[in-house]
Design a protein around this ligand. Structure first.
Ligand code: HEM
Length: 501
């Protein structure tokens, strides 16, 4: 891959100019390692440092550095110094050192630059960040049950509109298919419906725009100016205005988590309607941006592995039979949280998908100089202002933990018919063995709902349809989302479906 091949065309000039300007500066001002600090890898390219090597193949790059420098080292990338901790047995240290490692401000900065809301950690908006986080309690417990039940109902409505037109095999692009179903059902579950427009399809209205914004998300998260990203600025504005509070007032069946968010934001007089709308848009993206590709990959792998498909379908059929439910297309299905939880092969297949496709870096900013004690009698000095990171794909691809880690094994997380939760490294049980949803203070608050909705999608697709992939090509993973979440497929793929015979 060429030097800046990964940036969209308009960004080349700026990045190159920045690199050259910093080059002059860095030639004289390269950082030096202080005594007690982890090994420092500066890279030879001014400003960018090792960013391009990381980008080429992050896991391989970090493992190669680890062979040379050990379990902890600092890498210079795009003007930042990031200390990586490689050995998964040491991951819990991050949670234990939370006094020195902060996430909120860092996440707030990325969220405000991507979604165009003012930073929430600001004395103009007292406690706003805390209130936003407190609101996520509506994604667990009883509220989670209600959300999952509503999602189940909405998914069935959307699936039924798909197959009401089906007579024979229908050929479609698989990502487009998954997107249109999850987007529609999930939007209705969270944001409700417009009572003045009952036949309204939100995917037709904003789906395309969402996908275009989604394609630019990684650049915004990297703080590339939006003016360099073609139509993204206009599209983002239109998406945000879709959530204008005056318009949202009229929506019915709004979920508790969103209604509470609306009411809470109303208490901040200094937030404009646009600012409030931007917060709702941020939630929309958080709730879909990872779930859609994760659902896509879950179905893709099942269709590529007929033995997995058969076992998972069998497990679902058995559950429906044992609960007296029909498994014909069109019949209504109800599964409680407990029943969903008991689908161990389905859960394992989804976990295996997340292991292979997730790439969320768990990142923290170092609040003050401190010594990180990461083994008995072994500590390293870390510098205020640097970043500290765990890169979970290292764990997910470790052959000592996961035999043949590149291979999809749908039942990896099942042992003797039960969920398998014991995975070993150096003979010791790992506290963290699967980390698609982050860890500690940055753990995804929507993770339980996400798992439920992916399960529900797979259940309905397998109960209602027979499906085959129609192209031989093996899909690869796009690089845009490295470090940021579930990787997108590098292209779409054609599959066909018909009502289950
Ligand atoms: C497979 C699906 C999903 C994955 C892999 C995922 C992963 C993540 C990760 C890794 C983070 C932390 C981000 C960071 O470290 O910067 C996060 C944050 C977040 N996620 Fe998810 N997520 C998923 C689905 C969802 C869903 C369905 C919702 C909503 C119902 C949701 C809501 C959020 C929110 C609101 C945050 C921000 C939390 C904060 O500000 O602290 N996510 N997600």
């Amino acid at each position: 891959m060429g030097l800046l091949e990964w940036l969209p065309s308009g960004v080349y000039g700026l990045a190159l100019a920045t690199a050259l300007a910093f080059g002059a500066f860095c030639a004289f001002g390269r950082r030096k390692r202080h005594p007690g600090e982890p090994p420092l890898i500066n890279g030879w390219i001014p400003f960018l440092g090792e960013a391009l090597n990381y980008r080429k193949n992050a896991t391989e790059f970090l493992l190669t550095l680890s062979k040379k420098h050990g379990d902890i080292f600092t890498v210079h990338m795009a003007g930042k110094y990031i200390t990586f901790i490689i050995n998964p047995l040491q991951y819990p240290i991050v949670t234990k050192s939370s006094k020195y490692l902060e996430f909120s401000e860092f996440a707030d900065q990325i969220s405000s630059q991507a979604f165009d809301h003012p930073p929430t950690i600001n004395e103009k908006y007292p406690d706003l960040n805390e209130h936003i986080h407190r609101n996520y309690q509506h994604l667990v417990g009883k509220s989670l049950d209600t959300l999952s039940d509503n999602m189940m109902r909405n998914l069935q409505i959307v699936f039924k509109t798909k197959f009401s037109q089906l007579v024979d095999w229908e050929m479609v692009k698989m990502h487009k298919f998954c997107f249109s179903i999850i987007f529609e059902a999930s939007f209705k579950t969270f944001f409700g419906r417009d009572p003045y427009n009952e036949d309204y399809n939100v995917t037709d209205e904003i789906g395309e725009k969402f996908l275009k914004f989604d394609a630019s998300f990684s650049y915004l998260a990297l703080n590339i100016p939006i003016t360099l990203l073609g139509p993204t600025k206009k599209i983002r504005k239109e998406l945000i205005n879709f959530f204008n509070p005056k318009k949202m007032e009229k929506w019915l069946d709004v979920s508790k988590v969103i209604q509470n968010r609306i009411d809470m934001l109303e208490n901040y007089n200094l937030l404009s309607d646009y600012d409030k709308a931007a917060h709702h848009f941020a939630f929309l993206w958080a709730s879909m941006g990872n779930t859609i590709p994760a659902t896509f990959w879950a179905i893709y792998y099942l269709l590529r592995h007929p033995e997995a498909f058969a076992v998972v379908r069998d497990e679902i059929d058995h559950l429906l039979q044992s609960t007296g439910q029909e498994r014909k297309p069109g019949c209504s299905i109800y599964l409680s949280r407990e029943q969903l939880d008991n689908l161990v092969y389905l859960e394992s297949a989804i976990n295996e998908t997340l292991r292979l496709c997730s790439s969320s870096m768990n990142i923290r900013k170092i609040k003050e100089n401190f010594i990180l004690q990461f083994e008995e009698n072994r500590g390293v000095s870390l510098r205020k202002g640097d970043l500290f990171a765990i890169f979970p794909p290292i764990l997910h691809m470790d052959p000592e933990i996961y035999e043949e880690p590149q291979t999809y094994k749908f039942d990896r997380y099942v042992e003797n018919g039960k969920k398998k939760t014991t995975f070993l490294k150096q003979g010791k049980k790992l506290k963290y063995f699967l980390m698609p949803f982050g860890s500690g203070s940055s753990m995804c608050p929507g993770r339980f709902f996400a798992m439920n909705e992916i399960k529900l999608f797979v259940v309905l697709a397998l109960v209602y349809f027979d499906m085959n992939i129609m192209e031989d090509k093996q899909l690869g993973q796009g690089k845009d989302r490295i470090g940021l979440g579930i990787l997108l497929p590098d292209s779409d793929i054609i599959f066909r479906y018909k009502l289950r015979s």
